[in-house]
Write a protein that binds this ligand. Structure first.
Ligand code: HEC
Length: 618
């Protein structure tokens, strides 16, 4: 458990259970002794469960959110005394806002009114519902919908693009640009336009204009139930990451940070530092890597008590901060990340001393790269993606071993590595996302092999034969532009207490479960409309997966064959990594928000935790 201002979760529960709030002596100067609770009703007077309620101090950078229970009541953990902005949100309802001055326990109730205007309803939607609402009346509609889902959402969450309306010519102009850009939005001059977008440009523009155009919309807004049970007990703290001071006016102002859903989903072109992967250190502070060019920050620490962000810089050959991307924390608490000061290597950070060492693979070996992911195996070795395979680093001898992908160049795209994971036996795995291959490096023999994921046959069957024939000659320049039947193995995680590798198949909408001994592969579909990204396996063998395409995170319990989906309080979270911290009986899920530049920590609260807070709030 980290320190939500000065307390452990056990402290808080013990404190609340005594119901002697006034007798409680704060453990530190900035006392966290203010309780905030309340009731939420709709205009008709009915209690509303599953409503997201958020509080942010006027002078602070940490937003805390909770959900109402079935009786419409919410309970915050003890918060530091002071002035707060508070707001309550539910899909289909207007944001209700208020202010509270916390010191003595406060009760703050809200009344929510439904939104009647169609465009304002759309603007508020998270990615999964935005996609779900796209027309699907005919076979052609379904084909187009798959194209939008697969080819328009890898670089940005669907709620960002579909909140906009353009006529057919407008959408065509958008596609004209999108078929030529990199994931960061820069035009890649010497690259052929993406073959799939190019081929379907006209019908796709017409389809998008029918759904999100100037005329009457063919979009049908779908609802989903608000959070209940365990998901409604979750508490989420979101830490703002400051903006880059070098970015000049008028761009160094954040006009929308996703916290107020009525403003829609923010653009990722924010004057911020990138926030890619994130972990807790063993002292309960957070660390995150930055992959966006800047002068100050390669990796940074967030003090979870104050929210203060401390950047650390590895200076690159060009004087800028060397970009980083993937990270992991080993058993001893050392943080490992990939870093590129001119040639891609591995960084080692001791969070206690904040000292960084950088190790660069020798010439002749591939550098770390691709969209790099870093993991550690059960033998004390560190693994990292390389563009055409993976690298293993031995911290004892400070030497690298290289593993090459068996298949790399193909007529339909190169098997650029994205995700990577290492198992407890000392083997590594990496995702060749464009060509649906999970490669494996045998730790003992140094040999590479590969597991080919089968295409999604039902999607292949929907593609007319002439189009399928055309696709055979299409080259996918990156992993955000797949075929309709692609699985899209993106990032992955191993069970460190088992023999299972879980792979997030972003386009297949499933987790591939690979037995690390037999390599037998099965597929576990996600709940409808959800697509996975990275996977972190917790100590109870559960697979957590972040859903970059909507503002949720999901947990799969293999024993019970059960999914639980948790809501996040920000529109445009676009989480591209997840790590899980389990200490003192508390589970915390860390989610770096790539789009809105925050790091979120979701703490699971038990029924007992809530009962204690309820008692204390009386
Ligand atoms: C290879 C990456 C990539 C792909 C694929 C991609 N885009 Fe984009 N797009 C971007 C980036 C980067 C931005 C800039 C801002 C952001 O993401 O916040 C952007 C911005 C947009 C915008 C906002 C434009 C504005 O002026 O407000 C729309 C709309 C959009 N994209 C639609 C699409 C559609 C439709 C597709 C599929 C046909 C698509 N994009 C595919 C990278 C991509």
């Amino acid at each position: 458990m980290t320190k939500p201002p000065c307390f452990t979760f056990a402290d808080l529960v013990a404190f609340a259970a005594t119901a002697l709030a006034t007798a409680f002596v704060p453990a530190c100067a900035e006392a966290a002794d203010a309780l905030l609770s309340g009731t939420i009703k709709s205009g008709s007077g009915a209690a509303m469960g599953g409503v997201t309620v958020s509080a942010k101090p006027d002078e602070g950078t940490i937003t805390t959110s909770v959900f109402t229970d079935e009786a419409g009541n919410y309970y915050f953990p003890p918060l530091a005394a002071g002035k707060y902005r508070v707001w309550a949100q539910a899909l289909g309802f207007d944001t209700a806002r208020g202010e509270v001055d916390l010191g003595p326990p406060r009760q703050h109730d809200f009344m929510l009114s439904p939104i009647t205007d169609f465009e304002r309803q759309v603007r508020q939607l998270p990615g999964d519902l935005m996609l779900a609402g796209l027309p699907e009346e005919t076979a052609d509609d379904l084909r187009m919908k798959r194209l939008v889902r697969n080819n328009c959402t890898g670089c940005h969450t669907p709620s960002y693009i579909l909140q906009h309306r353009f006529d057919e010519a407008g959408w065509s102009a958008i596609i004209d640009l999108m078929k030529r850009v990199s994931v960061y939005g820069a035009v890649v001059p010497d690259r052929a336009p993406n073959g799939i977008l190019d081929f379907h440009q006209k019908e796709l523009a017409a389809y998008l204009a029918r759904a999100r155009g100037p005329g009457e919309s063919a979009m049908r807004i779908k609802q989903r139930p608000l959070p209940t049970g365990e998901a409604a007990r979750a508490m989420i703290q979101e830490y703002d990451v400051p903006i880059d001071p070098d970015v000049g006016q008028p761009y160094n102002v954040v006009t929308n940070n996703g916290s107020d859903w009525s403003k829609g989903t923010p653009s990722g072109v924010m004057p911020g530092f990138g926030v890619h992967d994130s972990w807790f250190d063993l002292d309960g502070n957070l660390w995150f890597t930055c992959n966006v060019p800047n002068r100050y920050l390669t990796i940074a620490k967030i003090d979870t008590r104050t929210g203060e962000v401390k950047p650390l810089k590895v200076t690159a050959a060009n004087g800028l901060a060397a970009p980083a991307h993937g990270m992991t924390r080993d058993e001893k608490g050392i943080i490992w990340f990939n870093v590129n000061p001119g040639r891609g290597g591995i960084g080692r950070l001791d969070p206690k001393t904040e000292k960084i060492d950088v190790f660069i693979p020798p010439q002749g070996m591939s550098p770390t790269g691709g969209a790099t992911t870093v993991d550690h195996d059960g033998k004390g070795k560190i693994w990292s993606s390389a563009p055409d395979g993976a690298l293993r680093f031995d911290p004892e001898t400070e030497t690298f071993t290289e593993f090459k992908s068996v298949t790399y160049k193909t007529p339909n795209g190169n098997g650029l590595t994205y995700g990577l994971a290492a198992d407890r036996d000392g083997n590594g795995y990496w995702a060749e996302m464009i060509i649906d291959i999970v490669a494996r490096g045998d730790g003992a023999t140094g040999k590479s092999s590969e597991i080919r994921l089968p295409p999604i046959q039902a999607e292949m069957d929907k593609v007319p034969p002439d189009v399928r024939k055309h696709y055979a000659s299409v080259f996918a320049p990156d992993f955000n532009t797949p075929f309709p039947w692609s699985q899209g193995p993106r990032r992955m995680g191993t069970d460190k207490n088992g023999d299972v590798l879980w792979v997030g198949d972003s386009w297949g909408g499933n987790l591939a479960r690979i037995d690390t001994h037999t390599l037998a592969t099965t597929f576990v579909p996600l709940p409808p409309n959800l697509q996975p990204y990275h996977v972190h396996v917790d100590a109870s063998h559960n697979a957590w997966t972040n859903l970059w395409m909507t503002d949720q995170v999901a947990r799969y319990e293999p024993g019970a064959d059960k999914w639980t989906v948790f809501d996040l309080p920000t529109r445009g979270s676009e989480v591209r990594y997840v790590s899980v911290e389990e200490r003192n009986g508390t589970t915390q899920v860390v989610m770096p928000y790539y789009r809105t530049r925050k790091v979120a920590v979701m703490t699971l609260r038990s029924e007992g935790d809530l009962a204690a807070l309820k008692q204390a709030a009386k």
